[in-house]
Design a protein. Structure first.
Length: 197
């Protein structure tokens, strides 16, 4: 298949590079990997809240390990983003929609870094070890053992989770609006199985 035909189908010569119609392969993999872990986190939180004993503790341990995985993947995604800018919004997108989209995206990065850091700090202040999926103990931050500090950090962590819920609703609503109402490629460029319109 020639290059023109490949471009017409939205396939890139270099799958690691972004194009006007699609995010890079790495960006797509990181996006969906983080998204799956975030949904897992929400499920684990509510599951742990509904049970007691060893099962609840297991859910919390997996929640901690998944959160730190989100932190690492988000930092990798930020580093990737510096070298591989995201595709621009369609030219038809009004300015009043562009700024909220940028702010929402920036807040997502802040929350996806801040929430795991807050949980990590709370566990460190409580001197509770973090078992990373049974493979090793994640090192604790050099914080003093302080139950009040741990409680305050955990409260901030829970408040940050509420912000995350709002951002998720806005993000999903925006993607669906672009796909079904605007009928552009904003959602399609992050879905590996859908070619651009």
């Amino acid at each position: 298949m020639g290059q023109a035909a490949a471009l017409a189908h939205g396939w890139e010569k270099d799958p690691m590079a972004a194009s006007a119609d699609r995010y890079s392969t790495v960006a797509i993999a990181l996006h969906w990997g983080i998204a799956i872990l975030v949904l897992l986190q929400i499920g684990l939180y509510f599951a742990a809240d509904s049970v007691e004993g060893p099962v609840a503790r297991t859910f919390i341990e997996v929640h901690k390990a998944s959160g730190l995985s989100i932190l690492v993947l988000t930092l990798i995604r930020l580093l990737w983003r510096v070298r591989h800018p995201a595709p621009l919004l369609p030219a038809t997108t009004p300015g009043w929609q562009r700024y909220p989209a940028r702010i929402t995206q920036a807040l997502f990065y802040v929350v996806l870094v801040g929430l795991p850091l807050g949980g990590w700090a709370a566990s460190s202040a409580a001197q509770r070890p973090i078992d990373w999926f049974g493979l090793f103990n994640w090192p604790l931050l050099p914080l003093p053992a302080d139950r009040e500090l741990a409680g305050a950090l955990m409260q901030m962590h829970e408040n940050g989770a509420k912000v995350l819920y709002v951002l998720l609703v806005l993000h999903i609503a925006g993607a669906l609006k672009h796909h079904f109402l605007d009928r552009d490629n904003v959602l399609r460029r992050m879905l590996p199985w859908l070619p651009p319109r």
